[in-house]
Structure formats: structure tokens, C-alpha cells
Design a protein around this ligand. Sequence first.
Ligand SMILES: Cc1cc2nc3c(=O)[nH]c(=O)nc-3n(C[C@H](O)[C@H](O)[C@H](O)COP(=O)(O)OP(=O)(O)OC[C@H]3O[C@@H](n4cnc5c(N)ncnc54)[C@H](O)[C@@H]3O)c2cc1C
Length: 377
Amino acid sequence: MNLGVTDKEKLKDVEDFATSKVRKRASEVDETSSFPVDLVKEMGEIGVFAIYIPREYGGLGLSLGTLMESIRIISRECASTSLIPDVTVSLFGEPILKYGNEELKRKYLSRVAKGTIGALAITEPGAGSDAAAIKTTATRKGNGFIINGGKTFITNGAEAEFFLASAVTDKEKRHHGITLFALDKEMSGLSIGKEFKKMGIRGTSTTEVLLDNVEVGEEQIVGGFNEGFKIEMDTLNVGRIGIASQAIGISEGAIGDVIRFQEQHKGAQREGMSFRLADMVNLLHSSVAKYYESVEYAGAGRDPTLLSSLSKLQAGDAAVKITEEAVGLLGYHAFRDEFPTERRFREAKITQIYEGTNEIQRVIISREILKKGGTDF
Ligand SMILES: Cc1cc2nc3c(=O)[nH]c(=O)nc-3n(C[C@H](O)[C@H](O)[C@H](O)COP(=O)(O)OP(=O)(O)OC[C@H]3O[C@@H](n4cnc5c(N)ncnc54)[C@H](O)[C@@H]3O)c2cc1C
């Protein structure tokens, strides 16, 4: 990936932070399912949240690639810790930056840059893969709207100060009748419901967000009225590259475990095992190649739909295979807590599920290729 000097310097800071601080805390964060307050504070201080926010809004004005690489580096140590800024910046900050009015940009982006947490709230019971099937409504009242409904499985739900939430504004128009609203935690009627226990990324909160007669002004609309679905899809196109980078980081961590293990247990190296390690490296390499291509595409302002889906599909499926194989190669050393490999296996699985399951990525890829009418990439 082509990165400037300042971008590389920032990634060095992120790497130092990840290897010195995150590595030490990762197992405890997982075992106690506790949000890593200290690590999030430090990510705010060293500028992880600020990387991609333009300077005029209080950020560092660095590239999308630098943000993605920082997610990858932190994910090598702990996929919970990396997810918190990833969701805040790529799922809340990015759509505000791209589609928000000037007032919204001024209101939210400098706070995102400092490490104030944000969330994207689309999913509802019965509306996961089919994001157009939401039931939450926003009804006009004077110059604003009243929002009623509820969201579920929202990352950062318990800690977020602001949410980007979808609501039906014209039921007849289905996905052309959805609008996105920026909501503040303190708005009357917004509350956090149940928090879910999870198999992985246990250091992040995943909650319900309840919306009971939440009054918002028209100025809180992100993008145009009834244009929310298009913006959601566009946001997820970039978000999926972040999930690919997370999956790659998890895979690199698992391959690192295998290398360390084999160095410590020379007698454990057999020819058949080296074939398995080679297959893991092959899968990782394909993931990295697609991910780099998708970052370059999106960073250059081109439509990354096909590439970001290919990238998430490849990296997520590969991460599950690689971490499973790593557990297998380490045997009982991984099954118990001697190495963090079993945690990585549990972390990898979510990358096939959120921001559109990998089955949905396949639906998108085939639709895009049929639309293109060929495979001249
Ligand atoms: C830990 C976690 C964090 C999350 N964070 C967020 C968040 O921050 N914000 C947010 O809005 N949402 C979030 N989600 C929700 C997530 O995006 C959804 O879980 C995901 O989109 C899948 O929806 P679903 O779980 O309702 O599954 P369903 O849509 O019910 O799908 C069930 C199964 O059917 C398959 N399937 C569904 N439709 C099709 C189809 N058309 N073709 C082929 N197969 C299909 C799916 O691939 C899946 O295997 C999170 C989920 C989890 C688990």
C-alpha cells in the first residue's frame, strides 16, 4: 500500500501501542467481557480516531489506508479494541463526513477525532440481512420528526455518545423510503436496552437501542430525506474494508502464534504440518491482495462495491479457516489458554457475520458481476 511519511509515522505509533499495551490486556478484556476504557482513552490520545478525520474538523487528515492499517495492526492483538474506533470512524464518522450538512460535521467530527464513541444502528429484530425491512418510523411533527422503534445488536451501544439510526419515512417506497438520523445519547426517549453476551469480541458492547418518541429536528438528517438506504449501503462498502482489515489482523495473529509455537516446540514440526502452514499463508496472502486493492479503489473515490465485498468475503472466510487451523496445529496448547489462539478463533467468526453476512457478500458479488456483464476487473 502506498502511504506517505506522516501516515507511516502514525502507524508506527499504533504498532508501539498495540504491542506494548493492547497485547497485555487482550486476554483479560475477553475473559471479563470488559470494555477497555484505558485502551480507548489512549487510542484517543495517540490519534487513532483522528487519522481519517480532515484537519478542518479537528482530525489528522491522513488516508483511508492508514485508518484501515491501524485497525489491522490492533486486530493482531485484540479484535475488540480495534472494533471500537473502526465502528466509530467508518460507520459513524465517514457517513457524516460524506453526507452530513456543515452543522453536523462541526457538531460531531471533532468529537469523533478525540475518541468520543459513535455507533451505526440499522439492524432490528427481523431486519438484519434485509435492512429495508425495518419497522422503526420517523413521523413528521412541525419542522422535525418523532422516531419510534428499536434497534438490536448495536456495536458500541453502551458507550456511544451518538448514533446514526435508520427509520422508515415513507412506508410505501420500501428501501426508497428510509432516512438516516444522527441522534445524541441524551435525547429524550433514547435509551439502551439489553446488552448481549457473545462468543467473541467480548470487550465491545452489543446492545439494543430503544427509541420511544425521540424528537429530532430536520437538521439531524444525514444526506437527503428518503435517501438513507443508499447511504447505508455506501457506508457499508467502506465499513466492509475495515472488517477485512480486522479479519487479516486476526489471521496474522494466529499465524504468529503458530510460528512462536513451532520455535518453542521444534519436535512438533512435521512435513504435513508445514503444508498446513503454507495453506494458511496462501489464504492470508490472497486476503491482503484483495484488501489492498479495495483500499486503493475506495481511497481514490471510486465505487468499491464489488471489491469491498470480495475483500470481506475472502478475508472473513480465510480468518475462520486460518484460526481453526492454528488451533489444530497447536493442539492442546491452543485449546487451553497457553496461547491466545482460541480467542482469535472466536474473534474470527464475527467477521463472516456483521456488516452483511458472507452469504450476502456473495449475493452482492454476483449481482455486481451480472450488472458489469463480464469479469474484466
Ligand atoms: C456482534 C455483532 C455486532 C453487530 N453490530 C451491528 C451494528 O453495530 N449495527 C447494526 O446495525 N447491526 C449490527 N449487527 C447486526 C449484523 O449486521 C446482522 O447480524 C447481520 O446483518 C445478519 O443479520 P441477522 O443476524 O438478522 O441474520 P439473518 O438476516 O436472519 O440471516 C440468517 C442467515 O440467513 C442467511 N441469509 C439471509 N438472507 C439471505 C439471502 N438473501 N441469501 C442467502 N442467505 C441469506 C444469512 O447469511 C445468515 O446465514 C451486529 C451483529 C453482531 C452479531
